[in-house]
Write a new protein. Sequence first.
Length: 108
Amino acid sequence: MKTVRVAGGIVQEIIPDYAKPVDQWYGEAFAAQCHEAPDEVEQGWRYDADTGTFAPPAEPESPTPAPLDALTVTQLAVAELAQTVEDNNTATQLAIAELAEALLGGAT
């Protein structure tokens, strides 16, 4: 077991063994914030005063990506359309070149 100081339901610090008893080193007001905790408890853990239990800090939630605004959606659509036109244009150019080669007998 170890002694920890809790404020706002969060373990703020681990009290070193040499600083015990806490009330003699720090005074009654500070000692009132201290609790015995299992050895695995670390700074940042949550403390439930109603049950006297400790829990690791909650995993941070992944940020939700911001929704695309109308301009960005339009820009993406235009970029996709431009790529399609370029792909089709290249295919058309290749088809014309093949046709010309066939018609001219390779004299292109």
